[in-house]
Design a protein around this ligand. Structure first.
Ligand SMILES: NC(=O)c1ccc[n+]([C@@H]2O[C@H](COP(=O)([O-])OP(=O)(O)OC[C@H]3O[C@@H](n4cnc5c(N)ncnc54)[C@H](O)[C@@H]3O)[C@@H](O)[C@H]2O)c1
Length: 252
C-alpha cells in the first residue's frame, strides 16, 4: 500500500460509521493526517482509534455538521490544530428513515431535515475549505451522492432531490475552482452494506441485491477505493464528474 497521502490533511464528515469510516481508514492507511467529524461521539472515538493504528494523527471532532456555527468552529479547530485541509470528503447524508412517509404526506420538517443532512452540510463544509484551497492552488473535494439521484428510487423524493443537488454542486464548484487547480468530484454509491441497509426488511434487502447486475451489495471499501482515487494525484485531470459505484444497478 503506498502512503500517497503522506503530508496531506484529509477531513471526513460522518467518519464514525459506514462509508465515512471506511474512507477515513483508507486515507489513514495511505498516510493522511485526519480530521474526523461526526455527531455520534462513541462511534467517532472508536473510528479515530482505528485510524491511529495506521500511525497517523486522527483528530475527532464531535458535532452536528448541518449547523453553520458548529461547522465553522469545527473547521477553525482543524485549521488551528492540523493546518489547511488538502482533501475534503463530504459524506454525511441520509433518507428520512423512521420518519418516512409518502411524499404527498411528508412533513415539511422531515423534508428540511433530509435536505439539510444530504445537501446543506456539503455546502457548509465545502465553504470552509475553498478559501485555503484557492489560495494554495490545490485541493480535492469529493462528495458522496447516491445512485438514487439518477434512478429516482421509490420513496426517495426528498433524498433524491438533495443528492441531485450534490451533483449540481459538484459541477458548478468544479467550474469555479478549476482555475485554482482544485478538483471537485462526486461518487454515487448504490445500495451499500452499512447499518442503513442492514436495518431494512429482509425481502427489501434481497430485492435490492437482485437488482444489481454484479449480484451483491456494495461494500464500504468499494466506495473508499473510488474516493481515494478521486482524492489522489492520479485523478488530477478529473473534475466535475460523477463516478457510479453501484455494481451496475443504474447506468449513467
Ligand atoms: N448505505 C447505502 O446504501 C448508501 C447508498 C447510497 C448513498 N449513501 C450515502 O453514503 C453516505 C454515508 O452513508 P452510510 O450508509 O455510511 O451511513 P451511516 O448512517 O452508516 O453513517 C453516517 C455517519 O454520518 C454521521 N452523521 C449523520 N448526520 C450527521 C450530522 N448531521 N453531523 C455529523 N455527522 C453526521 C452519523 O453519525 C454516521 O456516523 C450518506 O451520504 C448516504 O446518503 C449510502
Amino acid at each position: 500500500m503506498t502512503r500517497q497521502f503522506e503530508g496531506k490533511i484529509a477531513a471526513v464528515t460522518g467518519a464514525g460509521n459506514g462509508i465515512g469510516r471506511a474512507c477515513a481508514l483508507a486515507y489513514a492507511r495511505q498516510g493522511a493526517t485526519l480530521a474526523m467529524l461526526d455527531k455520534e461521539p462513541d462511534a467517532l472515538e472508536e473510528a479515530a482509534a482505528l485510524a491511529r493504528q495506521s500511525g497517523v494523527v486522527a483528530l475527532p471532532i464531535h458535532g452536528d455538521m448541518t449547523k453553520p456555527d458548529i461547522v465553522e468552529s469545527a473547521f477553525a479547530k482543524i485549521r488551528a490544530d492540523l493546518g489547511p485541509v488538502d482533501i475534503l470528503l463530504n459524506n454525511i447524508g441520509q433518507t428520512a428513515r423512521e420518519n418516512y412517509s409518502e411524499f404527498w404526506q411528508a412533513k415539511p420538517e422531515t423534508l428540511q431535515f433530509v435536505v439539510n443532512v444530504s445537501l446543506m452540510a456539503t455546502l457548509l463544509c465545502s465553504r470552509q475549505v475553498v478559501g485555503d484551497m484557492r489560495e494554495r492552488r490545490s485541493g480535492k473535494i469529493v462528495s458522496i451522492s447516491s445512485d438514487s439521484a439518477m434512478n429516482g428510487d421509490i420513496g426517495t423524493v426528498d433524498y433524491a432531490s438533495a443528492k441531485s443537488g450534490v451533483l449540481g454542486f459538484t459541477r458548478a464548484l468544479a467550474r469555479e475552482l478549476g482555475p485554482f487547480k482544485v478538483n471537485v468530484n462526486a461518487v454515487c454509491p448504490g445500495p451499500t452494506n452499512t447499518r442503513a441497509m442492514q436495518r431494512i426488511p429482509k425481502d427489501a434487502y434481497e430485492r435490492a441485491k437482485n437488482a444489481i447486475p454484479l449480484g451483491e451489495l456494495c461494500e464500504p471499501e468499494d466506495i473508499a477505493n473510488a474516493v481515494t482515487f478521486l482524492s489522489s494525484e492520479n485523478a488530477r485531470f478529473i473534475t466535475g464528474q460523477t463516478l457510479m459505484v453501484n455494481g451496475g444497478r443504474v447506468f449513467y
